[in-house]
Design a protein around this ligand. Sequence first.
Ligand SMILES: Nc1ncnc2c1ncn2[C@@H]1O[C@H](COP(=O)(O)OP(=O)(O)OP(=O)(O)O)[C@@H](O)[C@H]1O
Ligand SMILES: [Mg+2]
Length: 267
Amino acid sequence: MNENRDFTPAPASTRASAAGLLRHPSHPPVLSARNLTKTYGPTTALAGLSLDIRAGESVAIMGASGSGKTTLLHVLAGIIAPDSGQVHLNLPGQSVQVEALAESARSRLRREAFGFVFQQGLLIPELNALENVAVALMLNGAPRPAAEQAAAGWLQALGLGGMEQRRLGELSGGQAQRVAIARAQVTGAGVIFADEPTGALDSATSADVMQVLLESTIGAGKTLIVVTHDDGVAASCGRVLTMRDGRLTGDSAGGVIAAGLARGGNQ
Ligand SMILES: Nc1ncnc2c1ncn2[C@@H]1O[C@H](COP(=O)(O)OP(=O)(O)OP(=O)(O)O)[C@@H](O)[C@H]1O
Ligand SMILES: [Mg+2]
């Protein structure tokens, strides 16, 4: 998978690093979920959820705390397996039934095809900004000099030139999230998952980080799926999904979800 990896630095403009994904509406979705269920003991986190996401879309997932947003993100990204249902990933040259993969293959998929930006926790405090970004490439086998060159290109492109040697504690919350955004994308991942990426930021910094995230993903032809409680973040995305009790209850692309699809019907 991903045989054409190269570890060249990011171009000065992230817009130039188009992922080459197909955007035409007649092409199959990049992610197709069907009838997903997931329970934790007595708790139903996903109650038969179906969803298609097309390449190049920016999709916000909203809903009350406990409605299943993070669980959905983790199932789509192969971090956890659903109890039942399917997730199909369709990237150029790569058609994969995510939930059917062995853990080692899912782990490789997460490292190579997906990028992750979470509220906090993915960056390593002992490493500086450059190393935190480069490590994502080195985990995929890139030699350190090439990885650091690519990392430096991304930090520069995201407005962090000159901050390469700073550790996490020496960066503001917004700067740290830019490092996380660089790290999520340095591998060339075509699909970026973000879980409350601005949850710990004030509203001005939040808007700034969302702009960087959108420009570097959607602006480069990638797909962005972002869980958020923030109306401003959702408004900046092209499509807004709403969840309740493990089901989709709203989709700005198609109005309110038809009852059959919300129940996990074969759409
Ligand atoms: N590992 C787990 N063990 C037990 N219950 C879990 C686990 N993960 C999630 N849950 C439960 O599943 C439901 C959905 O959780 P999830 O984290 O997906 O919600 P969420 O919509 O992301 O909420 P929030 O907005 O608070 O992050 C919740 O009731 C939660 O308590
Ligand atoms: Mg959550």
